[in-house]
Write a protein that binds this ligand. Structure first.
Ligand code: C2O
Ligand code: CU
Length: 543
């Protein structure tokens, strides 16, 4: 079967591809939505997608996991505060979707929103036509319509999903996707899935109004509205934490009170949530003393970096973005929008605050881990672990089983993170991605199947950018400063990730193998940056 497919494809390439190559030096693989798709030189991506899927079917379990997600308007209780928002199946976060690696996931998306939507399966190396990027990999799903997403879940780990339209994920449209590993020994007794978020929808403004404010030059949009139920009276603890700990060890080594670091966080959200709950009405995770807990941490925020700690406990990091790392124990870690960390903790006896400080914002999200009765930590609890050892990307090592041999890259693409603070226009390589016409405003990054590709992510702005690559996971190769004479820190057997935060003035090099043909979005995962065009396309060319 696959031989026949390959043969047919080779024939097509022979007839059409060569002509294209002669004329243009290589044609883009295009979808039917591509404005250039009518061009006879351009090969549709369907053959490439079929081939990629065919290769993966070998690893399939033969099992299909079915689910329905209804995207709809909903009244959601954040814990004494009800907001009107958009959510999957009426819940924030949406229901946990779970399967085993190799399963076929079949999810019917029912759109009951007043506008079109899609679902993107964040972090999955799936077939391109299921990636959920409007106009690039599919037509948006209109109001009242249903679309069936169906694909093989390739790798085990902690993932999530959300729309890829406008600022829809800034409402309540996001949910965890957990892919279990049939070969994993386990090594834990209980599991906590923890989704962090910054919240504004239905509490002062819509995300679209926030973006409008930012675009009008109000670089410091503030939306602190009073919490009605269970008011948080005193945020001074977290401010103090920020002023002292943040100063000595701010994200990316920038003084916490410098103008640049203030620019690093331009939106003050009214609420910071853990599993959709305010810190005044936190979720409790129940376990027994001495049990080993696996905490699956997902940052679904639009524009917030969280610093996470569990009172009375050190955190052993075992995975990031789905892939295992050699276990490393730290006091605290930062998680940027789109990132995931899996943590292992042996639980003590009592009630412990699981704190996620919203960096630079003087507020936090909170959960409780309960193994016994005891005094309940306050909503502003600031455990000492927040000032403990902070995880760095250069600390992370992929485990031997997932490591790929170092290979000299066949191609290097420089990805300059650029933009303009005053007009709030964020770009890649000084180009603006147009979400309606993906190929119209940018120069895609060309790649060939089989290449080892390096991306040099260079941040030329005073803002943090959590950069995310679709359809592939990359290896961290080096971390350095652009405006410094110090050499970059090379990372041997670095972590395998799909999202990482690039600090102002930082350069991070990542490598991946081009083994998933298609058109793949690469973008800043700050929802407001992406909406203004901070994206580009990793574009497989015809061989
Ligand atoms: Cu969660 Cu394009 O990403
Ligand atoms: Cu950004």
């Amino acid at each position: 079967m696959s031989d026949r497919l390959m043969t047919r494809r080779s024939v097509l390439l022979g007839a059409v591809g060569l002509a294209g190559a002669a004329a243009t030096g290589g044609a883009w693989l295009a979808t039917s939505q591509d404005p250039a798709a009518g061009d006879a030189r351009i090969l549709a991506s369907s053959d490439a997608v079929r081939r990629a899927e065919q290769l993966r079917l070998d690893r399939g379990t033969g099992r299909t996991v079915r689910a329905t997600m209804t995207a709809e308007q909903a009244e959601v209780d954040l814990g004494g505060r009800v907001v009107s928002t958009w959510a999957y199946n009426g819940q924030v976060p949406g229901p946990v979707l779970r399967c085993t690696a190799g399963d076929q996931l079949q999810v019917d998306l029912r759109n009951r929103l007043p506008e079109s939507t899609t679902v993107h399966w964040h972090g999955l190396r799936l077939r391109n036509d299921m990636d959920g990027v409007p106009q690039l990999t599919q037509s948006p799903v209109g109001t009242g319509q249903t679309m069936r997403y169906s694909f093989t879940a390739p790798d085990p780990g902690t993932y999530w999903f959300h729309p890829h339209m406008g600022l829809q994920r800034e409402r309540g449209l996001f949910a965890p996707l957990i892919i279990d590993d049939p070969r994993e020994a386990g090594g834990y007794d209980v599991e906590f899935v923890v989704v962090l978020d910054d919240w504004i929808d239905g509490a002062g403004a819509t995300p679209d109004q926030v973006l409008e404010t930012l675009r009008q030059g109000d670089a410091m949009a503030r939306y602190s509205v009073p919490v009605q139920a269970g008011e948080i009276p005193d945020q001074s603890q977290s401010w103090q934490y920020h002023a002292t700990q943040g100063m000595t060890n701010p994200p990316g080594g920038m003084p916490a009170d410098s103008p640049a670091s203030r620019l690093a966080d331009s939106i003050d959200f009214p609420f910071y949530l853990l599993n959709g709950r305010l810190p005044t009405a936190p979720q409790s995770f129940e376990a027994k003393p001495g049990q080993r807990a696996r905490i699956r941490l997902i940052n679904a925020a639009g524009a917030t970096v969280f610093r996470v700690a569990l009172g009375g406990h050190q955190l052993t990091v075992t995975h990031t973005d789905g892939f295992p790392v050699e276990p490393i124990t730290v006091g605290t870690l930062q998680i940027a929008s789109g990132e995931r960390y899996d943590l292992l903790v042996t639980l003590g006896d009592g009630v412990f605050p699981l704190v996620a400080v919203a960096e630079g914002k003087g507020a936090q999200a909170l959960g409780l881990v309960r193994t016994a009765s005891g005094p309940v930590p306050s909503p502003t609890a600031a455990p000492a672990e927040l000032a403990g050892r902070l995880l760095a990307y250069t600390d992370l090592r992929a485990t031997a089983e997932v490591r790929v041999p170092t290979r000299t890259p066949d191609a290097t693409h420089t990805v300059y993170l650029t933009g303009d603070m005053m007009s709030f226009a964020w770009r890649i390589n000084a180009e603006t991605y147009n979400h309606r016409r993906p190929f119209s405003g940018i120069t895609p990054l060309p790649i060939q199947q089989g290449q080892r590709v390096r991306l040099a992510l260079i941040n030329q702005t005073p803002m943090y950018h959590p950069m995310h690559v679709h359809g592939h996971s990359f290896v961290i190769r080096s971390v350095g400063e652009v405006f410094s004479d110090a050499p970059a820190t090379a990372v041997t057997a670095g972590a395998i990730k799909d999202t990482l935060q690039v600090a102002p003035g930082e350069r991070i090099d990542v490598d991946f193998t081009a083994d998933n043909p298609g058109q793949w979005l690469t973008h800043c995962h700050n929802a407001y940056h992406m909406a203004t065009g901070m994206a580009t396309i990793l574009s497989y060319l015809t061989p």
